[in-house]
Design a binder for this molecule. Structure first.
Ligand code: AMP
Ligand code: GLY
Length: 422
Protein backbone atom coordinates (compact mmCIF):
# COMPACT_ATOMS: atom_id res chain seq x y z
CA UNK A 1 0.00 0.00 0.00
CA UNK A 2 3.10 2.19 0.36
CA UNK A 3 2.73 5.79 1.47
CA UNK A 4 -0.19 6.77 -0.69
CA UNK A 5 -3.07 8.59 0.93
CA UNK A 6 -5.60 6.29 2.52
CA UNK A 7 -9.34 6.20 2.99
CA UNK A 8 -10.20 4.89 6.43
CA UNK A 9 -13.47 3.80 8.05
CA UNK A 10 -13.63 3.57 11.84
CA UNK A 11 -16.46 1.43 13.21
CA UNK A 12 -18.11 2.38 16.51
CA UNK A 13 -19.50 5.44 18.19
CA UNK A 14 -17.99 5.83 21.65
CA UNK A 15 -15.15 7.67 23.33
CA UNK A 16 -12.66 5.08 22.08
CA UNK A 17 -13.68 5.69 18.49
CA UNK A 18 -13.56 9.46 18.99
CA UNK A 19 -9.99 9.14 20.27
CA UNK A 20 -9.01 6.88 17.34
CA UNK A 21 -10.59 9.27 14.83
CA UNK A 22 -8.99 12.29 16.54
CA UNK A 23 -5.56 10.68 16.22
CA UNK A 24 -6.08 9.30 12.69
CA UNK A 25 -7.29 12.71 11.51
CA UNK A 26 -3.80 14.08 12.31
CA UNK A 27 -2.11 11.61 9.96
CA UNK A 28 -0.45 13.02 6.84
CA UNK A 29 -1.26 9.69 5.18
CA UNK A 30 -5.01 10.17 5.56
CA UNK A 31 -7.12 11.09 2.54
CA UNK A 32 -10.59 10.62 3.99
CA UNK A 33 -12.00 9.47 7.33
CA UNK A 34 -15.49 8.08 8.02
CA UNK A 35 -16.97 6.74 11.22
CA UNK A 36 -19.96 4.39 11.44
CA UNK A 37 -22.06 5.44 13.24
CA UNK A 38 -19.92 8.02 15.11
CA UNK A 39 -21.39 10.66 17.42
CA UNK A 40 -21.65 14.43 17.77
CA UNK A 41 -18.01 14.79 18.81
CA UNK A 42 -16.65 12.44 16.18
CA UNK A 43 -18.42 14.55 13.56
CA UNK A 44 -15.80 17.27 14.11
CA UNK A 45 -12.97 15.02 12.87
CA UNK A 46 -14.65 12.45 10.60
CA UNK A 47 -17.70 12.12 8.39
CA UNK A 48 -20.29 10.12 10.32
CA UNK A 49 -22.13 7.42 8.40
CA UNK A 50 -25.61 6.22 9.38
CA UNK A 51 -24.66 2.55 9.61
CA UNK A 52 -24.74 0.70 12.94
CA UNK A 53 -21.48 -0.87 14.15
CA UNK A 54 -23.11 -4.32 14.32
CA UNK A 55 -24.51 -4.08 10.79
CA UNK A 56 -21.77 -6.21 9.25
CA UNK A 57 -23.13 -6.27 5.70
CA UNK A 58 -23.95 -2.55 5.86
CA UNK A 59 -20.43 -1.65 6.94
CA UNK A 60 -18.84 -3.83 4.24
CA UNK A 61 -21.18 -2.45 1.56
CA UNK A 62 -20.26 1.10 2.51
CA UNK A 63 -16.54 0.28 2.56
CA UNK A 64 -16.78 -1.23 -0.93
CA UNK A 65 -18.78 1.66 -2.34
CA UNK A 66 -16.27 4.19 -1.08
CA UNK A 67 -13.19 2.08 -1.92
CA UNK A 68 -12.07 2.25 1.71
CA UNK A 69 -8.45 1.12 2.17
CA UNK A 70 -8.64 0.24 5.86
CA UNK A 71 -11.47 -0.57 8.26
CA UNK A 72 -10.64 -0.03 11.95
CA UNK A 73 -13.05 -1.81 14.28
CA UNK A 74 -13.46 -0.27 17.76
CA UNK A 75 -15.90 -2.44 19.76
CA UNK A 76 -15.97 -6.19 20.34
CA UNK A 77 -19.55 -6.87 19.23
CA UNK A 78 -19.00 -6.47 15.45
CA UNK A 79 -15.76 -8.47 15.76
CA UNK A 80 -17.54 -11.42 17.32
CA UNK A 81 -20.13 -11.10 14.54
CA UNK A 82 -17.38 -11.54 11.94
CA UNK A 83 -16.91 -8.00 10.62
CA UNK A 84 -13.16 -8.43 10.16
CA UNK A 85 -13.71 -11.71 8.27
CA UNK A 86 -16.31 -10.05 6.03
CA UNK A 87 -13.97 -7.13 5.25
CA UNK A 88 -11.10 -9.45 4.38
CA UNK A 89 -13.39 -11.61 2.24
CA UNK A 90 -14.27 -8.42 0.33
CA UNK A 91 -10.58 -7.62 -0.15
CA UNK A 92 -10.54 -4.76 2.35
CA UNK A 93 -7.76 -4.53 4.94
CA UNK A 94 -9.14 -4.60 8.47
CA UNK A 95 -7.66 -3.76 11.84
CA UNK A 96 -9.38 -6.25 14.12
CA UNK A 97 -9.46 -9.99 14.75
CA UNK A 98 -11.52 -12.63 12.98
CA UNK A 99 -14.59 -13.95 14.80
CA UNK A 100 -12.60 -17.05 15.74
CA UNK A 101 -9.74 -15.00 17.21
CA UNK A 102 -12.24 -12.65 18.93
CA UNK A 103 -13.30 -15.62 21.06
CA UNK A 104 -10.37 -14.66 23.29
CA UNK A 105 -12.79 -12.04 24.61
CA UNK A 106 -16.11 -13.59 23.60
CA UNK A 107 -15.60 -16.69 25.74
CA UNK A 108 -13.84 -16.51 29.10
CA UNK A 109 -13.30 -20.27 29.06
CA UNK A 110 -11.67 -20.13 25.59
CA UNK A 111 -9.30 -17.43 26.87
CA UNK A 112 -8.34 -19.60 29.84
CA UNK A 113 -7.78 -22.63 27.58
CA UNK A 114 -5.38 -20.67 25.38
CA UNK A 115 -3.51 -19.35 28.42
CA UNK A 116 -3.25 -22.86 29.89
CA UNK A 117 -2.06 -24.31 26.57
CA UNK A 118 1.08 -22.14 26.72
CA UNK A 119 1.46 -22.03 30.50
CA UNK A 120 0.74 -18.30 30.67
CA UNK A 121 0.27 -17.36 34.33
CA UNK A 122 -3.43 -16.90 35.12
CA UNK A 123 -5.87 -17.62 37.97
CA UNK A 124 -6.76 -21.28 38.62
CA UNK A 125 -10.20 -21.95 37.16
CA UNK A 126 -13.04 -24.37 36.44
CA UNK A 127 -16.08 -24.16 34.16
CA UNK A 128 -19.64 -25.37 34.62
CA UNK A 129 -22.77 -25.84 32.52
CA UNK A 130 -24.82 -27.12 35.48
CA UNK A 131 -25.73 -24.93 38.46
CA UNK A 132 -25.65 -27.89 40.86
CA UNK A 133 -22.09 -28.85 39.98
CA UNK A 134 -21.02 -25.20 40.15
CA UNK A 135 -22.61 -24.81 43.58
CA UNK A 136 -20.88 -27.91 44.89
CA UNK A 137 -17.50 -26.67 43.61
CA UNK A 138 -18.09 -23.26 45.19
CA UNK A 139 -18.81 -24.85 48.56
CA UNK A 140 -15.63 -26.86 48.25
CA UNK A 141 -13.25 -23.99 47.39
CA UNK A 142 -14.93 -21.23 49.44
CA UNK A 143 -14.68 -17.43 49.25
CA UNK A 144 -13.16 -15.12 48.18
CA UNK A 145 -13.88 -16.37 44.70
CA UNK A 146 -14.63 -14.91 41.27
CA UNK A 147 -17.63 -15.89 39.13
CA UNK A 148 -17.90 -15.01 35.44
CA UNK A 149 -20.59 -15.45 32.86
CA UNK A 150 -18.72 -17.17 30.01
CA UNK A 151 -20.08 -14.99 27.19
CA UNK A 152 -20.12 -11.26 26.47
CA UNK A 153 -21.99 -9.26 29.11
CA UNK A 154 -20.96 -5.65 28.40
CA UNK A 155 -18.24 -5.85 31.05
CA UNK A 156 -20.81 -6.62 33.74
CA UNK A 157 -20.71 -10.42 33.89
CA UNK A 158 -18.05 -10.70 36.61
CA UNK A 159 -18.64 -10.92 40.35
CA UNK A 160 -15.75 -10.84 42.81
CA UNK A 161 -17.43 -12.49 45.79
CA UNK A 162 -15.93 -11.78 49.20
CA UNK A 163 -18.32 -14.17 50.99
CA UNK A 164 -20.05 -17.45 50.20
CA UNK A 165 -23.43 -15.72 50.35
CA UNK A 166 -22.36 -13.32 47.59
CA UNK A 167 -20.90 -16.19 45.59
CA UNK A 168 -24.11 -18.24 45.78
CA UNK A 169 -26.20 -15.21 44.89
CA UNK A 170 -23.99 -14.56 41.85
CA UNK A 171 -24.34 -18.17 40.75
CA UNK A 172 -28.13 -17.90 40.97
CA UNK A 173 -28.16 -14.58 39.10
CA UNK A 174 -25.84 -15.66 36.29
CA UNK A 175 -26.84 -19.30 35.70
CA UNK A 176 -30.43 -19.53 36.91
CA UNK A 177 -31.91 -16.06 36.61
CA UNK A 178 -29.82 -15.46 33.47
CA UNK A 179 -29.41 -11.76 34.25
CA UNK A 180 -26.85 -11.62 31.41
CA UNK A 181 -28.96 -13.78 29.11
CA UNK A 182 -27.30 -16.60 27.20
CA UNK A 183 -23.85 -15.38 28.29
CA UNK A 184 -24.60 -17.09 31.60
CA UNK A 185 -25.31 -20.55 30.21
CA UNK A 186 -21.75 -21.44 31.16
CA UNK A 187 -20.08 -20.23 34.34
CA UNK A 188 -16.35 -19.80 34.88
CA UNK A 189 -15.21 -19.86 38.51
CA UNK A 190 -11.75 -18.49 39.25
CA UNK A 191 -9.29 -18.13 42.06
CA UNK A 192 -9.38 -14.57 43.39
CA UNK A 193 -6.10 -12.84 42.56
CA UNK A 194 -4.76 -10.11 44.83
CA UNK A 195 -2.62 -7.19 43.79
CA UNK A 196 -2.62 -4.06 41.67
CA UNK A 197 -4.56 -4.24 38.42
CA UNK A 198 -3.16 -2.77 35.18
CA UNK A 199 -3.89 -3.19 31.49
CA UNK A 200 -1.29 -3.60 28.77
CA UNK A 201 -2.18 -3.05 25.12
CA UNK A 202 -0.28 -4.75 22.31
CA UNK A 203 -0.71 -4.35 18.56
CA UNK A 204 -0.68 -7.72 16.82
CA UNK A 205 -0.32 -8.60 13.14
CA UNK A 206 -0.91 -12.33 13.51
CA UNK A 207 2.69 -13.11 14.43
CA UNK A 208 4.36 -10.02 15.86
CA UNK A 209 3.16 -8.40 19.09
CA UNK A 210 4.23 -4.81 19.63
CA UNK A 211 3.66 -3.44 23.11
CA UNK A 212 1.89 -0.10 23.16
CA UNK A 213 1.50 1.31 26.65
CA UNK A 214 -0.04 0.34 29.96
CA UNK A 215 -3.03 2.07 31.48
CA UNK A 216 -5.04 1.89 34.65
CA UNK A 217 -8.83 1.85 34.48
CA UNK A 218 -11.35 2.60 37.27
CA UNK A 219 -14.26 0.22 36.86
CA UNK A 220 -16.46 1.06 39.83
CA UNK A 221 -19.03 3.80 39.43
CA UNK A 222 -18.19 5.87 42.51
CA UNK A 223 -15.25 7.35 44.40
CA UNK A 224 -13.16 5.02 46.51
CA UNK A 225 -13.98 2.09 44.19
CA UNK A 226 -17.52 1.92 45.53
CA UNK A 227 -20.68 1.10 43.62
CA UNK A 228 -21.38 -1.20 40.70
CA UNK A 229 -18.95 -2.19 37.94
CA UNK A 230 -19.09 -0.04 34.82
CA UNK A 231 -17.37 -0.08 31.45
CA UNK A 232 -14.76 2.25 33.00
CA UNK A 233 -15.10 5.63 34.71
CA UNK A 234 -11.63 6.97 34.00
CA UNK A 235 -8.11 5.96 33.10
CA UNK A 236 -4.55 7.14 33.14
CA UNK A 237 -1.34 6.17 31.40
CA UNK A 238 1.48 5.33 31.99
CA UNK A 239 1.30 3.33 35.21
CA UNK A 240 4.22 3.29 37.63
CA UNK A 241 3.32 -0.26 38.67
CA UNK A 242 4.06 -1.89 35.33
CA UNK A 243 7.80 -1.27 35.19
CA UNK A 244 9.67 -1.91 31.92
CA UNK A 245 10.91 -5.19 33.41
CA UNK A 246 7.39 -6.36 34.26
CA UNK A 247 6.14 -5.24 30.84
CA UNK A 248 8.80 -7.38 29.18
CA UNK A 249 7.80 -10.29 31.42
CA UNK A 250 4.13 -9.90 30.37
CA UNK A 251 5.09 -9.78 26.69
CA UNK A 252 7.31 -12.87 27.02
CA UNK A 253 5.21 -15.01 29.33
CA UNK A 254 1.66 -14.06 28.32
CA UNK A 255 1.10 -12.01 25.18
CA UNK A 256 3.59 -13.44 22.69
CA UNK A 257 2.97 -17.10 23.69
CA UNK A 258 -0.81 -16.65 23.41
CA UNK A 259 -0.37 -14.94 20.02
CA UNK A 260 1.79 -17.86 18.89
CA UNK A 261 -0.84 -20.31 20.11
CA UNK A 262 -3.58 -18.55 18.15
CA UNK A 263 -1.45 -18.74 14.98
CA UNK A 264 -0.65 -22.39 15.67
CA UNK A 265 -4.39 -23.13 15.87
CA UNK A 266 -4.86 -21.54 12.44
CA UNK A 267 -6.70 -18.53 13.88
CA UNK A 268 -4.03 -15.82 13.99
CA UNK A 269 -4.89 -12.71 15.97
CA UNK A 270 -4.80 -9.33 14.21
CA UNK A 271 -5.66 -6.13 16.01
CA UNK A 272 -5.07 -4.96 19.54
CA UNK A 273 -4.78 -7.43 22.35
CA UNK A 274 -5.78 -5.88 25.66
CA UNK A 275 -4.37 -7.87 28.56
CA UNK A 276 -6.05 -7.25 31.91
CA UNK A 277 -3.37 -8.12 34.46
CA UNK A 278 -3.05 -8.54 38.19
CA UNK A 279 0.39 -7.75 39.58
CA UNK A 280 0.44 -10.42 42.27
CA UNK A 281 3.14 -11.20 44.82
CA UNK A 282 4.21 -14.06 42.55
CA UNK A 283 4.38 -11.96 39.39
CA UNK A 284 1.96 -10.62 36.77
CA UNK A 285 -1.02 -12.85 35.97
CA UNK A 286 -3.54 -12.64 33.18
CA UNK A 287 -7.08 -11.76 34.32
CA UNK A 288 -8.54 -11.71 30.86
CA UNK A 289 -7.97 -10.73 27.26
CA UNK A 290 -10.05 -8.25 25.35
CA UNK A 291 -9.70 -8.09 21.59
CA UNK A 292 -9.95 -4.31 21.17
CA UNK A 293 -8.79 -1.11 22.79
CA UNK A 294 -10.19 -0.42 26.25
CA UNK A 295 -12.51 2.50 26.65
CA UNK A 296 -11.60 4.96 28.21
CA UNK A 297 -8.00 3.60 28.26
CA UNK A 298 -7.72 4.18 24.49
CA UNK A 299 -8.42 7.88 25.00
CA UNK A 300 -5.48 8.20 27.41
CA UNK A 301 -3.24 6.20 25.07
CA UNK A 302 -4.06 8.35 22.05
CA UNK A 303 -3.25 11.51 24.02
CA UNK A 304 0.23 10.09 24.72
CA UNK A 305 1.03 8.50 21.35
CA UNK A 306 3.49 10.60 19.40
CA UNK A 307 3.81 8.32 16.36
CA UNK A 308 1.37 8.41 13.49
CA UNK A 309 -1.38 5.90 14.33
CA UNK A 310 -2.40 5.18 10.74
CA UNK A 311 0.71 3.25 9.59
CA UNK A 312 0.65 1.26 12.83
CA UNK A 313 -2.95 0.11 12.31
CA UNK A 314 -2.41 -0.44 8.58
CA UNK A 315 0.71 -2.55 9.10
CA UNK A 316 -0.95 -4.55 11.86
CA UNK A 317 -3.73 -5.33 9.38
CA UNK A 318 -1.21 -6.23 6.67
CA UNK A 319 1.05 -8.44 8.82
CA UNK A 320 3.93 -5.96 8.69
CA UNK A 321 4.36 -4.69 12.22
CA UNK A 322 7.88 -5.96 12.83
CA UNK A 323 9.63 -2.80 11.65
CA UNK A 324 7.68 -0.40 13.91
CA UNK A 325 8.65 1.19 17.22
CA UNK A 326 5.88 3.49 18.45
CA UNK A 327 7.03 6.69 20.15
CA UNK A 328 5.31 8.05 23.24
CA UNK A 329 5.27 11.46 24.85
CA UNK A 330 6.90 11.60 28.27
CA UNK A 331 3.71 13.23 29.57
CA UNK A 332 1.13 11.50 31.71
CA UNK A 333 -2.40 11.41 30.31
CA UNK A 334 -5.69 11.14 32.15
CA UNK A 335 -9.29 10.72 31.07
CA UNK A 336 -12.19 11.33 33.46
CA UNK A 337 -15.52 9.98 32.26
CA UNK A 338 -18.69 12.01 32.74
CA UNK A 339 -21.74 9.73 32.78
CA UNK A 340 -25.49 10.18 33.01
CA UNK A 341 -26.83 9.82 36.56
CA UNK A 342 -28.13 6.27 36.97
CA UNK A 343 -25.41 4.62 34.87
CA UNK A 344 -24.59 1.69 34.86
CA UNK A 345 -28.26 1.12 35.72
CA UNK A 346 -31.20 2.85 34.07
CA UNK A 347 -30.76 6.48 33.03
CA UNK A 348 -32.57 9.06 30.93
CA UNK A 349 -31.31 10.22 27.53
CA UNK A 350 -31.60 13.71 26.13
CA UNK A 351 -30.38 16.02 28.92
CA UNK A 352 -28.57 19.12 27.68
CA UNK A 353 -24.86 19.69 28.28
CA UNK A 354 -23.72 23.31 28.48
CA UNK A 355 -20.47 25.10 29.21
CA UNK A 356 -18.40 23.21 26.67
CA UNK A 357 -17.15 26.28 24.82
CA UNK A 358 -13.81 27.73 25.82
CA UNK A 359 -12.60 24.78 27.89
CA UNK A 360 -8.82 25.07 28.11
CA UNK A 361 -5.99 22.55 28.41
CA UNK A 362 -8.22 19.54 27.79
CA UNK A 363 -9.27 17.33 24.89
CA UNK A 364 -12.90 16.29 25.20
CA UNK A 365 -13.80 12.94 23.67
CA UNK A 366 -17.49 12.25 23.15
CA UNK A 367 -18.80 8.84 24.14
CA UNK A 368 -22.56 9.30 23.87
CA UNK A 369 -23.76 12.63 22.53
CA UNK A 370 -26.14 13.90 19.90
CA UNK A 371 -26.82 17.37 18.56
CA UNK A 372 -30.54 18.11 18.82
CA UNK A 373 -31.66 21.44 17.33
CA UNK A 374 -28.23 22.94 17.89
CA UNK A 375 -27.98 21.74 21.48
CA UNK A 376 -25.51 19.14 22.70
CA UNK A 377 -27.41 16.35 24.45
CA UNK A 378 -26.45 13.22 26.36
CA UNK A 379 -27.25 9.99 24.58
CA UNK A 380 -25.93 7.11 26.61
CA UNK A 381 -24.49 6.04 29.96
CA UNK A 382 -20.97 7.23 29.46
CA UNK A 383 -21.22 10.56 27.69
CA UNK A 384 -17.91 12.49 27.74
CA UNK A 385 -14.25 11.72 28.39
CA UNK A 386 -12.34 14.72 29.67
CA UNK A 387 -8.74 14.16 28.61
CA UNK A 388 -5.64 16.05 29.71
CA UNK A 389 -1.89 15.61 29.69
CA UNK A 390 0.79 16.99 31.99
CA UNK A 391 4.38 16.56 33.08
CA UNK A 392 2.96 14.61 36.01
CA UNK A 393 -0.28 12.73 36.54
CA UNK A 394 -1.21 15.26 39.24
CA UNK A 395 -0.84 18.11 36.73
CA UNK A 396 -2.94 16.29 34.13
CA UNK A 397 -5.56 15.50 36.73
CA UNK A 398 -5.79 19.14 37.87
CA UNK A 399 -6.42 20.26 34.27
CA UNK A 400 -9.21 17.73 33.83
CA UNK A 401 -10.82 18.70 37.11
CA UNK A 402 -10.75 22.42 36.29
CA UNK A 403 -12.52 21.73 32.99
CA UNK A 404 -15.11 19.47 34.63
CA UNK A 405 -16.00 22.19 37.12
CA UNK A 406 -16.92 24.44 34.16
CA UNK A 407 -19.16 21.95 32.41
CA UNK A 408 -22.79 22.64 33.19
CA UNK A 409 -24.60 19.31 33.17
CA UNK A 410 -26.72 18.70 36.27
CA UNK A 411 -27.84 15.26 35.05
CA UNK A 412 -24.24 14.02 34.83
CA UNK A 413 -21.73 12.69 37.34
CA UNK A 414 -18.10 11.68 37.44
CA UNK A 415 -15.59 10.26 39.89
CA UNK A 416 -13.39 12.81 41.60
CA UNK A 417 -10.59 10.38 42.45
CA UNK A 418 -9.46 9.19 39.00
CA UNK A 419 -5.65 9.23 39.06
CA UNK A 420 -5.54 10.45 42.67
CA UNK A 421 -3.75 7.39 43.97
CA UNK A 422 -1.50 6.98 40.92
P1 AMP B 1 -13.11 -8.93 33.67
O1 AMP B 1 -14.40 -8.56 32.99
O2 AMP B 1 -12.71 -10.36 33.52
O3 AMP B 1 -12.00 -7.93 33.42
O4 AMP B 1 -13.41 -8.73 35.23
C1 AMP B 1 -13.82 -7.51 35.74
C2 AMP B 1 -13.02 -7.19 36.95
O5 AMP B 1 -13.17 -8.21 37.93
C3 AMP B 1 -11.53 -7.15 36.70
O6 AMP B 1 -11.13 -5.92 36.20
C4 AMP B 1 -10.99 -7.42 38.07
O7 AMP B 1 -11.00 -6.24 38.86
C5 AMP B 1 -11.96 -8.38 38.62
N1 AMP B 1 -11.49 -9.76 38.44
C6 AMP B 1 -11.72 -10.57 37.38
N2 AMP B 1 -11.12 -11.76 37.55
C7 AMP B 1 -10.49 -11.71 38.75
C8 AMP B 1 -9.71 -12.65 39.50
N3 AMP B 1 -9.46 -13.88 39.06
N4 AMP B 1 -9.23 -12.24 40.69
C9 AMP B 1 -9.50 -11.00 41.17
N5 AMP B 1 -10.22 -10.08 40.51
C10 AMP B 1 -10.72 -10.43 39.30
N1 GLY C 1 -12.45 0.01 30.23
C1 GLY C 1 -12.50 -1.39 30.17
C2 GLY C 1 -12.93 -1.92 28.87
O1 GLY C 1 -12.94 -1.24 27.87
O2 GLY C 1 -13.26 -3.09 28.82
Amino acid sequence: MGARAMKVLVVGGGGREHALCWKLAQSPLLEKLWCAPGNAGIASVAECVGVAAEDVSGVVAFAREQAVDLVVVGPEAPLTLGLADACRAAGIACFGPSAEAARLEGSKSFCKQVADAVGAPTAAWAEFDEPAAAREYLRRVGAPIVLKADGLAAGKGVVVAATMAEAEQALTDIMEQRVHGAAGARLVIEECLMGEEVSLFALCDGRTALPLAAARDHKRAFDGDQGPNTGGMGAYSPTAALTPGLQAEVMNSIIQPCLNEMARRGTPFTGVLFAGLMLTASGPKLIEFNVRFGDPECQALMLRLESDLLPLLRDAALGQLASHTPRWRDDAAIVVVMATTGYPGAYANGSEIRGMDGLRDVTVFHAGTRMVEGRLTAQGGRVLGIGATGATLAEARAKARTAIARIDWPEGFCRSDIGAAG
